[in-house]
Design a protein around this ligand. Structure first.
Ligand SMILES: [Zn+2]
Length: 421
């Protein structure tokens, strides 16, 4: 039944499109370079749509000056230079963002009875992702330069806005890491780092007094181009979300220095919190370092863990500093304590709990898994950095609830025929 409807729909669409004319614009039309191009008769073009192939007859113009040939009708319908309709391109982007290109081809064939090669899916989905990335970068620049001023968020405003940041390595082809040092056995990089930021709001606490993330409140930005590029995107997203209007902004991270430098710069009034699980790892490390000299290492760690939970970082530093160490051992201890000294004001965990704040960075870790790992870090995957960025752009767009903005046929007021295909 569905196949019959698709076939009938394809015929209907072809007739509807034919009824809209062939785009004839008189004996002359302007070529993209601004020359006068001459009418060169009607030409057919077949595009693949979600209803199968549809053939268009369009007026064709040929430019004598630059040799360029074009059909004004293709521009009107959004298929210039394309063999797919915008509707099919969206379907491909959706599948290609979700699964490997080979798997996406299977899904589209199985669910929509449309045959598209994995290679076509890769090209089309990556082109959609590149367009998304470019649009987001342009929007971010416009917000930073105040050419776009986001409206204040509609009330009632959630109580807190969280900004969490983390990074992970995406496996890339050898050619993508030439000249970069890394963790591979031969000292060469096998991955490129992508940094991801997740912004979300919290309006209240659960019955146990723990904060609850507002459903659907998460938006994401990412970059393969290092912390400064990410900071620019985070700043724009923070402004777009109306960050300055929230009573409380909270920044959570793993303790990496760049995260705090960015936070001090973008939202200095925020509460800055070092993820408590990372802090506990550092505490374990500290206890191991001192195990040779502490009377009862397990009890020592338990005591310090309680102090960490209470946010009493000075007690940890004091307890670790009372042993007569010298030389390398003392120098190493100093380095390890530096983590606690530098971050003590970001480790007031008892206060954070009392104020109803998250003390862990579970939200960004979940985001890294869902947005990046589940698609980009599967067994056997080797990306180009560009290809990975394109697909992650699509996934961010979707995870941020901004998918529809990618498709002008729906977001803006398009011609009705353009929206139809
Ligand atoms: Zn020309």
């Amino acid at each position: 039944m569905r196949a019959a409807l698709a076939t009938a729909g394809g015929r209907l669409l072809q007739a509807v499109l034919a009824g809209g004319g062939d785009g004839y614009a008189g004996p002359h039309a302007k070529c993209p370079q601004g020359h006068q191009a001459g009418y060169a008769g009607a030409r057919d073009k077949t595009i693949t749509t979600v209803l199968g192939p549809v053939t268009l007859s369009r007026a064709w113009y040929r430019c004598g000056a630059c040799g360029h040939g074009f059909a004004p009708r293709d521009e009107q319908l959004g298929v210039a230079g394309q063999t797919q309709s915008p509707g099919l391109a969206e379907m491909i982007a959706l599948a290609g963002a979700e699964a490997s290109f080979a798997r996406a081809a299977v899904l589209i064939a199985g669910l929509a009875s449309i045959t598209v090669s994995p290679r076509t899916i890769e090209r089309s989905a990556e082109a959609a992702g590149a367009a998304a990335g470019a649009a987001n970068a342009a929007e971010a620049a416009a917000i930073r330069e105040r050419r776009i001023v986001p409206m204040s968020p509609p009330g009632p405003l959630p109580d807190m806005l969280y900004v969490e940041v983390d990074g992970t390595g995406v496996p890339v082809r050898a050619s993508e890491t030439a000249g970069r040092s890394g963790k591979g056995e031969d000292g060469k990089a096998r991955t490129r780092e992508v940094k991801l930021a997740r912004l979300f709001t919290v309006s209240g606490l659960d019955a146990g007094g723990r904060p609850v993330m507002d459903p659907g409140s998460s938006t994401y930005v990412f970059s393969f181009d290092g912390k400064d590029t990410l900071a620019g995107l985070v700043k724009a997203e923070y402004l777009r979300r109306g960050g300055n209007h929230f009573r409380q902004v909270v920044a959570v991270g793993d303790g990496a220095a760049w995260i705090w430098a960015m936070a001090e710069d973008l939202y200095p009034h925020a509460s800055h919190i070092v993820d408590i699980y990372h802090a506990r790892e550092h505490l374990h490390d500290l206890a191991t370092h001192l195990a040779f000299i502490t009377h009862d290492p397990a009890a020592w760690l338990a005591g310090r863990s309680a102090e960490l939970d209470a946010g009493n970082i000075q007690a940890i530093i004091d307890a670790a500093s009372c042993y007569p160490l010298a030389g390398v051992k003392a120098a190493e201890l100093d380095t390890k304590l530096g983590y606690f000294r530098n971050n003590a004001h970001r480790m007031r965990y008892a206060d954070y709990r009392r104020l109803g704040m998250f003390t862990g960075s579970g939200a960004i870790e979940g985001g890294i898994k869902a947005v990046i790992c589940q698609r980009a870090k599967q067994a056997g995957m080797h990306w180009t950095a560009e290809g990975a960025a394109d697909i992650i752009a699509l996934r961010c767009q979707q995870a941020s609830g901004r998918w529809d903005e990618l498709w002008p046929a729906r977001a803006a007021q398009p011609s009705r025929l353009r929206a139809a295909i």
